[in-house]
Design a binder for this molecule. Structure first.
Ligand SMILES: Nc1nc2c(ncn2[C@@H]2O[C@H](COP(=O)(O)OP(=O)(O)OP(=O)(O)O)[C@@H](O)[C@H]2O)c(=O)[nH]1
Length: 386
């Protein structure tokens, strides 16, 4: 019986060894693996096919790790801000020359009677210049025309140019405060009614500052609308500016605080905080913006409060601007959509009403269509070529 058992074990072992041997002889070889489907690089794929027969020739190169296939988004290098208003002058000319040409035509008439002066006044008021500045301009023009007697087109243009410039006041300091004393970043707070172009202006401004060689951190304190933070994120990603954001409906002041803290720790040059500024009630607005400003000031001074105003909204926009001015100390105005209105006179009335200079002009929807406001370029675009 024992002998029978021993023989059985030996037979089983022999069968196992034989099976193992067969497996190693016929196991699928790495050489026969299907080629990995990778795009041919530099003609290498063709060479491999021509080599046919040898194992190395049929082997495809190892697939790159997945992370390598996901390319990081390309960071754009925006152009500097200098000379932008000149570059965008055609946009202004297209929308504003109705005003300029209308005034030039009226002032060039042989007889300047009361009716014509009324028309001049009307043209200025229609273009949102505002009643008081219109009266001042008309009075000055009347006196100068009397002194001049007969007028050549060049003289008329010169007179009007001088008057418009006087009202716009080229002497105002339009510098955007983007350099802070000491180590900390400059802090810019962007306020305004939704839809005026606030988020777009924040994004464009970040681009233009980066184009001027500054580093920027963006704060998406418009937590009221998630899309606004996404929009800002896209702007930031395009130029490599970090965007600090919070949960939808979260506390805007806390996002603003975090953004400024990030700017300080990153040693950034500028932090721009985009706010929601919903104009539900004046007290609500005051609470929200007041808190954002107070909380930021725990970390750094706010160097610039930029009010974004839509030039196409006329007197309604002006009223909204006044509410913001009562709530927060505005230091500059970004006038958007100047490319889409003939009412460029709003530059004059808004400065006069708020006592704050227009510092930036929005002249289109393109990423680089925001320019430092230049009064002379503006007036020349308005009046057309001399
Ligand atoms: N033509 C023209 N369009 C502009 C200009 N600035 C902004 N816009 C457009 O105005 C629209 C509103 O801009 P947003 O930046 O979303 O406005 P917002 O004030 O931030 O509004 P919320 O995101 O709701 O807070 C967008 O379609 C912009 O492209 C400009 O200077 N010219």
């Amino acid at each position: 019986m024992d002998g029978y058992l021993v023989i059985s074990i030996v037979v089983i072992l022999a069968a196992l060894l034989a099976a193992g041997g067969l497996f190693f002889m016929f196991r699928p070889s790495a050489k026969k693996l299907p080629p990995v489907d990778t795009p041919p690089a530099g003609g290498g794929g063709e060479e491999e096919e021509q080599g046919g027969g040898t194992a190395t020739a049929t082997l495809a190169p190892p697939a790159p790790p997945v992370e390598e296939l996901v390319k990081p988004p390309e960071v754009e290098v925006p152009p500097p801000s200098a000379g932008r208003m000149v570059r965008l002058r055609a946009r202004l000319a297209r929308s504003q020359t109705t005003l300029g040409k209308g005034l030039l035509e009226l002032l060039s008439r042989d007889r300047l009677d009361d009716e014509v002066w009324d028309e001049i006044e009307e043209t200025l008021i229609t273009a949102d210049v505002g009643v008081a500045p219109t009266r001042a301009m008309v009075e000055e023009l009347r006196t100068k025309v009397k002194v001049l007697g007969s007028r050549t087109p060049k003289e008329v243009r010169g007179l009007l140019r001088e008057q418009l410039l006087t009202q716009i006041n080229p002497g105002l300091d339009r510098t955007l405060h983007t350099s802070a004393p000491g180590e900390r970043p400059a802090v810019l707070l962007v306020v305004g009614v939704n839809g005026t172009g606030k988020t777009t202006t924040t994004g464009k401004l970040a681009r233009s500052l980066i184009g001027d060689g500054k580093s920027v951190v963006l704060g998406a304190a418009d937590t009221f609308r998630a899309a606004a933070a996404d929009q800002l994120q896209t702007w930031g990603d395009r130029v490599g500016a970090p965007v600090v954001r919070g949960p939808e409906g979260g506390d805007p002041a806390s996002v603003a605080f975090d953004a400024v803290s990030r700017g300080i720790s990153d040693k950034a040059d500028v932090v721009i905080v985009d706010t929601a500024g919903r104009l539900h009630t004046k007290t609500g607005l005051m609470d929200e913006l007041g808190k954002v400003k107070r909380v930021i000031e725990k970390r750094a001074q706010v160097d610039e409060v930029l009010l974004v105003l839509d030039a196409t909204t006329g007197q309604n926009g002006m009223r909204q601007a006044q509410v913001f001015a009562e709530v927060v100390n505005i230091t500059g105005i970004a006038l958007t959509k100047l490319d889409g209105t003939a009412k460029g006179g709003i530059v004059i009335s808004v400065q006069r009403e708020l006592g704050v200079p227009v510092k930036l002009a929005g002249l289109g929807e393109g990423p680089d269509d925001l320019a430092p406001f230049d009064p002379e370029v503006f007036v020349d675009a308005l009046l057309g070529e001399a």
